[in-house]
Design a protein around this ligand. Structure first.
Ligand SMILES: *Cc1c(COP(=O)(O)O)cnc(C)c1O
Length: 381
């Protein structure tokens, strides 16, 4: 462990505190933000929002991209657009950031937790099939119902953990079979691909986050991805107060949201996206360096799954057990090297303690062992 601290210090070339993930502003950030201020269009209207949406659509291959104030808001809207209603159920993984389940709750729907895969830390296609085989029942209205709760299972939200894609094509097949809308929480995986296709573009809807700790940032921000023109139009409408376009009249046709990303944030986003490929390249080189370091160690470095290209947002090590995990966390943090355990399983937080859970042994396995280590992009790598 002493060697690890020295090694991280040699990578980041500093004796100061080393955070888990810092943003890098090495490109046109100041230029675009200054231009945005000079234009006076700093708020929810402006050329940078449109440009950022276009850039993200082009980059990801999604037909449409709709910018939002943050990733959680994007997920909330994606669930609404998927038709998730009061008392519906949404299947997701327990091993994810709290926002995934919170967004489901915003729709007054219930999270149902299905286990993750060992290879990718994300929702398991096999476990999903097992769960639906046991609990799902198709009814005459064409929808899938949960035999135990009697509630409709309306959507499924897999999450690409730390940038590692789940087996999304298999999950999609299952969702199609049961008429469950697939929404990808790709908050952590901009630039990550499954079989060459960008994460967030397999489902009916996908979302990205540009929070300050993510691979690229707009300060705060998110994006909804979809190929469906009607959903894209509705996404724009519902995130911009439901206002009917008119030169001067204020007419709104629904109780909508003020979720549009401000132009100022989008200016930052345009500059960041220009550097995403370079950031990912450096993150993958960082993985190689950590890989060499941990080669003959009892600590295992988590590697991208087969058929996948991962953005390696946060590097992850797997310790032998919970006791080793806690020792590692205590030691590294005491030495000014920021490390963090993976999230506590969501079904253990009070709000979600009543949720239906399938067998969650893999999720528990990761909770006991997975730790994120410093992953910021290093200049010159
Ligand atoms: C970051 C994150 C979000 C939420 O994004 P914000 O922009 O912080 O609201 C949602 N889901 C996951 C898995 C995330 O990591």
């Amino acid at each position: 462990m002493e060697n690890f601290v020295d090694f991280v210090r040699s990578l980041y070339k500093t004796d100061e505190f080393i955070p888990l993930h810092e943003p890098r502003f090495w490109g046109n950030e100041k230029k675009y933000v200054a231009d945005c201020i000079d234009s006076t269009f700093v708020s929810s209207v402006g050329k940078y929002v449109d440009r950022f949406e276009q850039m993200v659509a082009e980059y990801s291959g999604a037909k449409y991209a709709i910018a939002t104030v943050n990733g959680t808001a994007a997920l909330h809207i994606a669930l609404l657009l998927a038709g998730v209603k009061n008392n519906d159920e949404v299947i997701t993984q327990p091993l994810t950031f709290i926002a995934t389940a919170n967004a489901i709750n915003y729709c007054n729907a219930k999270s149902v937790f299905v286990d993750v895969d060992k290879e990718n830390m994300g929702l398991s296609a096999e476990k999903l099939i097992e769960f639906l085989n046991e609990f799902a029942e198709m009814k005459d209205d064409g929808f899938c119902y949960n035999k135990t709760s009697k509630r409709r299972i309306k959507a499924c939200v897999p999450m690409h953990t730390f940038g590692h894609p789940v087996k999304i094509d298999e999950i999609k097949k299952v969702c199609d079979k049961y008429n469950i809308v697939l929404i990808e929480d790709s908050a952590e995986s901009p630039g990550s691909k499954y079989k060459g296709k960008h994460t967030g573009t397999f489902g009916e809807l996908g979302i990205l986050s540009f929070n300050g700790n993510k691979t690229i940032t707009t300060g705060g921000g998110g994006m909804i991805l979809t190929d469906n023109e009607d959903l894209a139009k509705l996404a724009k409408h519902i995130t911009t107060t439901g206002k009917i376009p008119h030169k001067w009249e204020y007419v709104h046709d629904m109780t909508a949201y003020n979720y549009r990303m401000p132009n100022l944030n989008a200016a930052l986003g345009c500059a960041q996206l220009e550097q995403l490929d370079d950031f990912i390249d450096k993150k993958r080189k960082l993985f190689d360096l950590y890989g060499d370091f941990f080669k003959n160690s009892e600590i295992h470095l988590f590697k991208e799954p087969e058929n996948c290209f991962s953005n390696y947002w946060l590097q992850t090590v797997i310790l032998q057990d919970r006791a080793e995990r806690d020792k590692f966390l205590a030691y590294t943090n005491s030495k000014g090297i920021m490390t963090r355990p993976i999230w506590q399983l969501l079904n253990k937080s009070e709000m979600y303690s009543n949720a239906q859970c399938a067998d969650l042994s893999n999720s528990q396995w990761f909770e006991d062992r997975a730790v994120n280590i410093p992953s910021s992009v290093i200049k010159g790598l």
